[in-house]
Design a protein around this ligand. Structure first.
Ligand code: MSP
Length: 662
């Protein structure tokens, strides 16, 4: 019997020369989303990440900070781990290059390389003299033409490179040109996006130079056994993590399962800065050592801010820690994967973050869940309605409302294929087009109208069952990107909060009659003004005044100062339910920007509660609290009265909750 195919995915291991920034989070979240999507389909997927802890640069920083290098590495590595925990990244292994298992694996690989022959029969590793410009920040020699003048500056770090001459071991990369070209052209090494694949072929076409694989002057690294005054070049050390983490040293079962034997994919996610190392050096080193090379690499785009590279000197770094603290992991994960196309560069702006959060999460998804659950509570006693008589399995049943082509299975397939191709924004936009259609279906079908006619009970149940199932599937499909929100939606649907599996991807999993959970707000809106990405603590919302304006007699003219005492604000209704025992009163939860308020309004004879969810309304926000039929109300919703029936005041355009009305 053949072993089931496995899927091994890695992020780069991050330097511990500084705490993590949003670029590191970007790769790691993407890797987590792809791995979750694979596991959800029942695939055996393994995610590896970690920290790169050797090299001159790290040694220098620790010295400057006055702490032992290992202790410094321990501290910064722990910050990375902590951030991944906060971002709900579920890796299978976190490798550190200062681990013993890693060191043993690197030395084993080194031993194989020393014995290896190139395709042309020469030794793969030889000793020679290296003379050139060395950038200690890149830990790499630079070509003379690359340097910025005057001063022989490294083009990436803008710091002077050092003229270095030393006896080194070299790896004969030049002998692997043909093999590398063939691997890429044949697709044995798949590199995406295509522009990056062409870039790699372009580099090969220009001719490859051998590179040195040991360093004489560096102390913080793995000593070369044959020359203990040398350490192994930091890139040989770092790249090896992808196999040492699986116990290449001991030919352990994980190495066999996820790399050497059954692996369908040995897949690296990388940034464009490290393309040469991953797409040329690493496959050639492995080929020489007789170890299977990676077969897939994806080069992600660059996040910039106001078009500029993120850098501490420019002061435009985006602190992922601060973002998570403020908004929680899901919105950060969603925004990073939704805003840009994964293989392209894109610009991070605070406005885009707030915009996506408020429109995609608070409005579209939040309102869908809240509307569906509110209607279920009202019309079905908070239980899953009977399964519709219509054919099970394929059509969603909204086609007649929406002319939605296709079926649920096909829809899920499209989303999962997009995750698999790392078209992450595309996967999410597909889910959101469904969310939009479902919201539209609610308006078009107006279940509150159907509910008025007892003869249409079956129709109502069928619609609500399908709506609920669609909400469940939406939660399953967003799970790879927003596992927490998905879990909370499962909870509201009365399902256990567990990782979804392949069986959850099919239609009709909700059992009729089973109780639903309590409705809870998913994504409370954020105010537009607030900066989202700096590391200052969030501003408290302005205090709400409590003075209540005396109602002016209609005939009398009002001084503008008197009118200004009335705090009128735009609000968005998040939830609505009838007040028990009253025909007219409805209890509302209204989002006023910085807070969600409970208000009671006498509009139930004109509006079904579920039709109110998502509406923008005008609110008097500074009324003293009052009790109506025992229910506290903290403000008033404005409405006109036509023949005794309420008609709500709304807006002639999109107005964010909390906006002052004057
Ligand atoms: N330690 C090496 C990698 C060794 S892998 C065997 C290294 N580390 S790093 O800390 O500098 O991280 C580099 C990776 O972080 C990039 O390849 C990329 O994945 C990610 N990013 C760093 N800055 C980024 C942006 N501004 N935007 C997007 N991703 C970026 O290089």
């Amino acid at each position: 019997m053949t072993a089931p195919r496995t899927f091994f995915l890695t992020t780069p291991i991050y330097y511990v020369n500084d705490v993590p920034h949003v670029g590191h989070a970007y790769t790691t979240i993407a890797a987590d989303a792809l791995t979750r999507s694979r596991r959800m389909q029942g695939k055996d997927a393994f995610l590896l990440t970690g920290t790169d802890e050797h090299g001159q640069n790290i040694e220098r920083i620790a010295r400057e900070k006055g702490i032992a290098t290992q202790l410094y590495c321990d501290q910064v590595s722990a910050v990375f781990r902590d951030l991944w925990d906060r971002l709900d990244v579920r890796y299978d292994r976190f490798i550190r290059t200062t681990e013993d298992l890693h060191v043993r694996g690197v030395l084993k690989l080194w031993g194989r390389l020393l014995e290896a022959k190139c395709p042309d029969g020469r030794d793969a590793v030889y000793s020679g003299t290296y003379a050139g410009w060395y950038c200690p920040r890149c830990e790499a020699f630079k070509d003379e033409e690359e340097l910025k003048q005057p001063g022989n500056l490294c083009p990436d770090h803008e710091r002077a490179c050092e003229w270095t001459e030393e006896e080194n071991y070299f790896f004969r990369l030049s002998a692997y040109e043909g093999w590398l070209r063939d691997a890429v052209v044949s697709g044995r090494l798949r590199i995406d996006p295509e522009a990056r694949r062409n870039e790699v072929l372009g580099i090969v076409g220009q001719g490859l130079k051998d590179f040195s694989v040991s360093r004489a002057r560096v102390k913080w690294g793995i000593p070369v056994p044959q020359r203990p005054d040398h350490v192994l070049y930091v890139w040989v050390d770092a790249l090896s993590n992808y196999i040492t983490a699986l116990d290449y040293a001991g030919d352990g079962p994980l190495y066999e399962k996820y790399w050497a034997g059954a692996a369908a994919e040995r897949f690296h996610l990388i940034g464009k800065d490290i393309l040469r190392f991953h797409c040329l050096y690493w496959p050639a080193l492995l080929e020489a050592a007789g170890v299977p090379p990676p077969n897939r690499e994806f080069v992600q785009g660059w996040i910039t801010k106001e078009g500029k590279k993120l850098s501490k000197t420019t002061g435009n770094v985006i602190d992922p820690q601060a973002l998570v603290e403020r908004h929680g992991p899901d919105p950060v994960r969603y925004f990073l994967l939704r805003e840009g196309s994964y293989g392209q560069d894109w610009d991070f702006t605070d406005q885009a973050f707030v915009g996506r959060y408020n429109s995609d999460l608070a409005n579209d998804l939040g309102n869908l869940v809240s509307r569906a659950l509110t209607m279920l509570a009202r019309y079905c006693g908070g239980k899953v309605p009977p399964t519709p008589a219509a054919p099970r399995g394929t059509a969603l049943g909204f086609e007649e409302d929406l002319q939605v082509p296709g079926t649920t299975e096909r829809r899920c397939g499209v989303v999962l294929d997009r995750y698999e191709a790392l078209e992450l924004a595309g996967a999410l936009s597909e889910v959101w087009s469904w969310v939009g259609q479902l919201n539209q279906a609610i308006v078009l079908r107006s279940p509150w109208e159907i509910a008025k006619d007892p003869e249409r009970r079956g129709e109502l149940d069928a619609f609500l069952y399908r709506l609920l199932e669609a909400v469940r599937l939406v939660a399953v499909l967003v799970y790879p990107v927003m596992p927490r929100a998905a879990g909370r939606i499962f909870g509201m649907l009365g399902l256990p909060d567990r990782d979804p599996g392949p069986e959850d991807l099919s239609w009709g999993r909700l059992a009729p009659g089973s109780p639903l959970g309590a409705l809870e707000p998913l994504f409370p809106r954020i105010e537009k003004e607030r900066t989202v990405s700096d590391s200052k603590p969030p501003q408290a919302p302005p205090p709400v005044e409590t003075t209540q304006a005396a109602p002016p007699p209609t005939a009398e003219k009002l001084d503008i100062a008197d009118f200004a005492k009335v705090e009128l604000r735009a609000g968005r209704i998040q939830a609505a339910e009838k007040v028990a025992g009253s025909k007219k009163l409805v209890k509302l939860q209204v989002d006023l920007g910085g807070e969600v308020r409970q208000l009671v309004a006498g509009i139930a004879d004109a509006y079904a509660p579920e039709s109110l969810v998502g509406k923008s309304v005008a609110v008097v926000a500074n009324l003293k609290p009052a009790k109506l039929m025992g229910v506290e109300s903290n403000g008033m919703v404005l409405a006109a009265s036509l023949d005794g029936k309420a008609v709500l005041c709304t807006f002639d355009g999109e107005v964010p909750p909390g906006t002052r009305i004057k």
